[in-house]
Design a binder for this molecule. Sequence first.
Ligand code: SF4
Length: 258
Amino acid sequence: MSQQTQVSRVAQYYRDWIKMFPSFSSVANASAADILRAWSGLGYNSRALRFHRLSKIVAEEYRSRLPERIDELQNLPGIGRYTAHAVACFAFGKNIPVVDVNIKRLLTRWTKKVGTVSEQLNDNSAWILAENFLPKNKAVEWNQSLMDLGALVCTAQKPSCGDCPVSKYCASAFSKAFLMKNKKKISTEPVWRGIPRRLYRGRILKLLHHHTCSAPDVAALLWSGHTARDIVWTASLLKKMADDGLLSSLNGTYSITR
Ligand code: SF4
């Protein structure tokens, strides 16, 4: 849930979710439509469907307990290197490094004098460094400390070097690069009628919870006074959602994947 969504937004969803689905088998036994309904409002719905697929595999092949080995974790849907290491470290107490975006930024600045706030080591170098820095039998405390330091002190745009406990050892401490104005990032998120496409995806899932609709039907429900261009755009979005596994299509109509 907290992949690409702030923890403060996730908290209530997580509590409700755990009540509804307290185990992998309860997720595995639910339909995709139930999962999407419970997820509704969190966005990035493909995460929910990946977790649904993961739960089925964990329920069927691992007796409803996540495997502990990194290679097995990484073979599950939606689990990459970072998540596999985080689960193995924080849930199973393995003494292994974890590299998320905050830790990578922190390690970059710590070990080399950066020229800009956005300068980053490549992934491979960051994982090697994290492995070399890891103290023996202290991975949980160490990795959580690095995450917090990166998230709260060595932040992306305004690192607080004056409050930083590692400033004495840091190659970039008080770097002039942090004072330079950064070019504003231009959002590349696709929009239609001034609204981000991902919001339409959420609305469409709600509309289709109990209905099967064609592209013109969906366009009519989204906009009173819709145009032919709206219908063409809606049709391409419905097709994309079907390609992502969120919707099923039959003879030009769409419904939520069951
Ligand atoms: S001293 Fe500054 S740049 Fe270095 S780790 Fe701390 S906050 Fe980041």
